[in-house]
Design a protein around this ligand. Structure first.
Ligand code: UD1
Ligand code: CA
Length: 451
């Protein structure tokens, strides 16, 4: 079942946001409002065309691969449709939705479409009973239930005492009818052309206008200001949490757990209170994350444990253990079984299987092999004031406490450093280097054993 094309209206000024950023690029759960709407439209099987304002270069760039039409100047929602219709392909059904209704689900659009067909309507709108006061247009129906018109109102608490059926701003239309009707929409007293004058036009033509009435108006909520953005984001986050719990993830305290829409989490993973999962983070099965951990664009293998730490742009294989109090930064790759205890900062480094970094370390631009012991207080001095330099630590190395590695430098297989060593030159495999600057003073692993 395909609706063919769809219009998303996003050319309004969005003044109530009080922002230099276009309203539809504000994010909820890590996703721009416009992307949530585009996803819903695609989920309902339609191809979106977005109506944008003349100065919306950022919106157009953001919408890479989605068709756009410029409405200049924006003279109302009806005008937006008048401008876009000539370039909108197709003659069958189309969706029209507002770019500021980010909670709308594809499933609802499909149900609207079904009702549209059952009723033989030229226009079907989405509605719900909304408690007063409300700024949404009021839906008026004839005794047989067909919609006769929409009345735009002010959210006046004095006038509005009872809840009314309200227009939530999503429509299914018959395009061939719309192409004839849209040019007849007039500017009204406010100087704008309202899309919501369409039902009255259809009724005058003797055509059927249907309304699909939701039990819960929140799905159709329009975001016009920061407080509405916060309310919509809270609802979206609740939806996301529920989805993960139904898929087998334990949330010890859902209210303090924040999961972006783009995050995936495996079964039997447990999120402890205060955990924030952002961007494209992917967590495997059977992990324990938190309390108070923040992971951004990070991949975590199965059965890993992360306590009270901040990870961004990192990749962890299975059974990695981190924290508490670590900062794992972009470009870090931790192989299976890496064990990092507290107060480590690791940036753009690769740590091999089973390597341990137990206390107070900074490792930057380092390639570290398997089964390395990084002693407490080890630091890679990776910056000479101009450029970042690499450190290589081969398999089985044992770094004594407080080792300073002045990059570029290489520590050979199974070599050792003494406490407080400042290593400025490469250390050969199997040697012990001590002092400031460090000198290799003896062999600790016989050459034959290094083969
Ligand atoms: C609109 C409806 C109202 C409905 C409410 C639901 C109209 C006249 N009113 O009111 O019945 O209850 O949505 O949320 O349609 N836009 C353009 N070009 C324009 C003006 C607006 O593309 O010239 C876009 C905006 O970017 C926005 C959407 O259309 O995404 C809706 O416009 P907005 O001004 O927010 O309408 P509401 O006052 O919320
Ligand atoms: Ca709105």
């Amino acid at each position: 079942m395909s609706a063919g094309s769809a219009l998303i209206l996003a050319a309004g000024k969005g003044t109530r946001m009080r922002s230099v950023r276009p309203k539809v690029l504000h994010t909820l759960a890590g996703i721009a409002m416009i992307d949530l709407v585009v996803d819903a439209i695609r989920g309902a099987g339609a191809t979106p065309t977005v109506v944008v304002s003349r100065d919306a270069d950022t919106v157009r760039e953001h919408l890479d691969g989605v068709a756009t039409v410029v409405q200049d100047p924006p003279l109302g929602t009806g005008h937006a449709v008048q401008v876009a219709l000539p370039v909108l392909p197709g003659e069958g059904e189309a969706f029209i939705v507002y770019g500021d209704t980010p909670l709308l689900r594809a499933e609802t659009l499909r149900q609207m479409q079904q009702l549209h067909r059952e009723r033989g309507a030229v226009l079907t709108l989405l509605s719900a009973r909304v408690p007063p006061p409300s700024a949404y247009g009021i839906v008026e129906r004839a005794t047989d239930g067909t919609v006769t018109r929409i009345v735009e109102t002010k959210p006046d608490p004095e006038l509005q005492r009872t809840s009314a059926e309200r227009n939530l701003g999503a429509y299914v239309v018959d395009l061939s009818w719309l192409r004839r009707a849209a040019p007849r929409l007039q500017r009204n007293a406010s100087g704008e052309v309202y899309l919501t004058d369409l039902p009255a036009l259809a009724a005058a033509d003797g055509k059927v206008v249907a309304a699909f009435c939701l039990d819960d108006p929140r799905e159709g909520m329009g975001v016009n200001s920061r407080d509405e953005l916060a309310a919509a984001e809270a609802l979206l986050r609740a939806r996301i949490r529920e989805r993960h719990m139904l898929a087998g993830v334990t949330l010890r305290d859902p209210a303090s757990t924040f999961i972006d829409a783009g995050v995936s989490i495996g079964e039997d993973t447990e999120l402890l209170p205060g955990t924030i999962l952002e961007g494209q983070t992917r967590i495997g099965r059977g992990c324990v994350i938190g309390p108070r951990s923040r992971l951004r664009d990070t991949i975590v293998g199965d059965r890993s444990r992360i306590g009270e730490s901040y990870l961004e742009g990192a990749t962890l294989e299975e059974e990695v253990s981190i924290g508490p109090y670590c900062h794992i930064r972009t470009g870090t790759y931790l192989a299976r079984g890496v064990d990092i205890l507290d107060h480590a900062e690791i940036k753009n480094s690769r740590l091999g299987r089973g390597t341990k970094v137990h206390h107070f370390s900074y490792l930057g631009d380092a390639t570290i092999g398997a089964d390395v012991n990084v002693g407490a207080g080890t630091i890679t001095a990776n910056y000479d004031g101009k450029k970042k330099l690499a450190t290589v630590i081969e398999d089985g190395v044992f770094l004594g406490v407080d080792t300073m590695l002045v990059a570029p430098v290489r520590i050979g297989r199974r070599a050792k450093t003494g406490a407080g060593a400042v290593v400025t030159k490469d250390v050969a495999p199997g040697m012990l280097a001590v002092g400031v600057p460090a000198r290799a003073i003896k062999r600790v692993v016989p050459e034959a054993d290094l083969q």
